[in-house]
Design a binder for this molecule. Structure first.
Ligand code: UDP
Length: 238
């Protein structure tokens, strides 16, 4: 029987914390790496991770500052490479082999993303960390994660949140105490209700390609393992 293959989208901000002035909090990265290595080993599944760059730079950060949009987006893509290397270092220190595959060529730092090679790494039990999104400006790492998940035929995209909100709600749970979390939603409900927990490009891509999304709280201890194990947590969109 083949192993389950999953893609986790992790925002760059998941690697930062209010406890540290640094853009990357080593203690947070170490804890997340522990969750990743433990879950991958115990569940024996194929795991690829798309890491964002928002803790360092987003394309929109340059807007209004006169920075050319495509250049600003490239800066954002490079930010994701920094995060990917931090995550790789922490996961490998725990004995879990990884490969960083970058969509922007930088041969001295990371392998180029080659679809069939990514699949081979996964089959060999390595955690693949995708860096530089999909390599094109005007996109986000949410959309890149969806694209890679479809390309490598992952069964699901796991969107790990870092803000303490453990799924999709009918109102902002931080502002409205009566807000209710949806256990499941259809893609149409997400689009029509304008329930933005991912960018719309990513959601419509997943809809068109029948790729389910699980939105869950990445930062809660044991939550990643539960999400990867297929337990009913967070909000499932399909
Ligand atoms: N980005 C891009 N193309 C991609 C992926 C990312 O141009 O394929 C840029 C974009 O500017 C984005 C930034 O990289 O704002 C960082 O990624 P993202 O905002 O998705 O990171 P996150 O919010 O998940 O940390």
């Amino acid at each position: 029987m083949s192993r389950r293959r999953l893609v986790l989208k992790m925002s760059g901000e998941a690697l930062a914390s209010s406890a540290s002035d640094e853009t990357i909090d080593a203690a947070v990265v170490e804890r997340l790496a522990g969750e990743i290595a433990t879950a991958r080993n115990e569940l024996d599944l194929e795991l690829a991770i798309m890491v964002g760059g928002g803790n360092i730079w987003r394309g929109t950060t340059g807007e209004g500052k006169g920075i050319d949009r495509a250049t600003s987006d490239t800066m954002g893509m490079l930010a994701t490479v920094i995060n990917a290397l931090a995550l790789q270092d922490a996961v490998e220190r725990l004995g879990q082999p990884t490969r960083v595959m970058s969509a922007v060529h930088m041969a001295e730092v990371a392998e180029p993303y080659i679809r069939r090679r990514a699949i081979r790494h996964l089959e060999k039990g390595r955690v693949v960390i995708f860096a530089a999104g999909m390599g094109n400006p005007y996109f986000t790492t949410d959309t890149s994660a969806a694209l890679r998940a479809a390309e490598i035929e992952a069964e699901m995209l796991l969107k790990g949140t870092h803000s303490g909100v453990d799924g999709v709600y009918n109102a902002d749970p931080k502002l409205d105490p009566t807000a209710v979390r949806f256990d499941s939603l259809s893609f149409m409900e997400v689009v029509q209700g304008d329930l933005r927990m991912m960018d719309l490009t990513a959601i419509t891509f997943c809809k068109d390609n029948k790729l389910p999304i699980l939105v869950f709280d990445l930062m809660g201890p044991g939550q990643l393992r539960r999400a990867l194990a297929g337990e009913q947590i967070g909000t499932l969109i399909r």
